[in-house]
Design a protein around this ligand. Structure first.
Ligand SMILES: C[S@@+](CC[C@H](N)C(=O)[O-])C[C@H]1O[C@@H](n2cnc3c(N)ncnc32)[C@H](O)[C@@H]1O
Length: 272
């Protein structure tokens, strides 16, 4: 019964039923180019008549299952296989009795965190708090403090912004919202040094940039308990994310092997 629930939930969270079909991305979600100003004016006029301009994109199975596309409506972009890997992590946390809460830094529409919450429930681990850290306004602009992010323009993609209200509504729609959830809202550079999390058994870093990955590791990895899992969603997706992880591991002489989850994500387990 539980495995049916998890299977169904996973498929719902990635909009599995859209595979092979065309998705509609509203213009305001995918474009901000000033050269398209006329298109935006037209869209504004159309919206006043309950129409809108959309970009269409066919959903490919390989992309959606491996978390390689930015879905128009799905609650997560991490794909089927990375969700399945979370099942294995939470199972081990239960069996090996690893202390500490679970935290995702980089939440977007909340789908991966929703799945973590469902896994805590299914595994009888509801005493563990689910923490979600995000600006809820997309990625920060690159700053000169982090030269590896210098040319990154991810802050310009409107599709990467999801509000706190949207995330809460998504949890509520799936019956997953409760008192065991804590939100850390704001830029990581302001929020993560505040030290509000005590112990972690799972740390999911999914915030793309060198800066965001570095701050996540710097402030949260020390909270990870022995036997706990750290997951880096974008290690093989973005060179700047990989660099942040490699730098941190070198500086702190972390020897645990990096294990591949799929084409983009990796994890390691903190030595017991
Ligand atoms: C790729 S999305 C996360 C995808 C999500 N985990 C999922 O399940 O699909 C990246 C998220 O990281 C957040 N983010 C990136 N850098 C951040 C920072 N420095 N401070 C706060 N939020 C940040 C963005 O707002 C965005 O919601």
């Amino acid at each position: 019964m539980e495995s049916n629930y998890l299977e169904l939930l996973k498929k719902m969270l990635i909009d599995y039923d859209q595979i092979g079909k065309e998705e509609y991305h509203p213009l305001t979600q995918v474009d901000r180019q000033p050269r398209n100003a006329l298109l935006f004016l037209l869209d504004k006029w159309l919206r006043s008549r309950n129409y809108t301009i959309c970009k269409t994109k066919k959903v490919l199975a390989d992309q959606r299952l491996n978390g390689l596309d930015w879905p128009a409506r799905a609650k997560t972009m991490i794909g089927y296989h990375r969700l399945t890997h979370l099942e294995q992590c939470v199972h081990r946390i239960r069996v090996d009795k690893i202390a500490g809460d679970v935290l995702e830094a980089g939440v977007w529409r909340g789908g991966a965190s929703m799945y973590l919450k469902a896994l805590l429930k299914v595994n009888g681990l509801t005493h563990k708090t689910l923490w979600m850290a995000d600006s809820f306004q997309g990625l920060p602009r690159p700053t000169k403090d982090y030269p590896h992010d210098h040319k990154v323009r991810l802050h310009r993609h409107p599709i990467l912004k999801a509000t706190r209200e949207e995330v809460e509504a998504n949890f509520k729609a799936y019956g997953l919202w409760d008192d065991g959830i804590r939100i850390i809202e704001g830029w990581f550079e302001d929020t993560l040094p505040k030290n509000i999390v005590e112990k972690l058994s799972l740390l999911r870093l999914d915030a793309d940039l060198y800066e965001s990955t570095h701050l996540g590791l710097q402030h949260l990895y020390p909270k990870l308990q022995a036997g706990g899992f750290v997951i880096i969603d974008d290690y093989h997706a973005f060179q700047f994310c990989k660099q942040a992880v490699d730098d941190y591991r070198t500086t702190h002489a972390i020897q645990e092997p990096l294990i591949k989850i799929d084409t983009e994500a990796v994890f390691w387990r903190k030595r017991a």
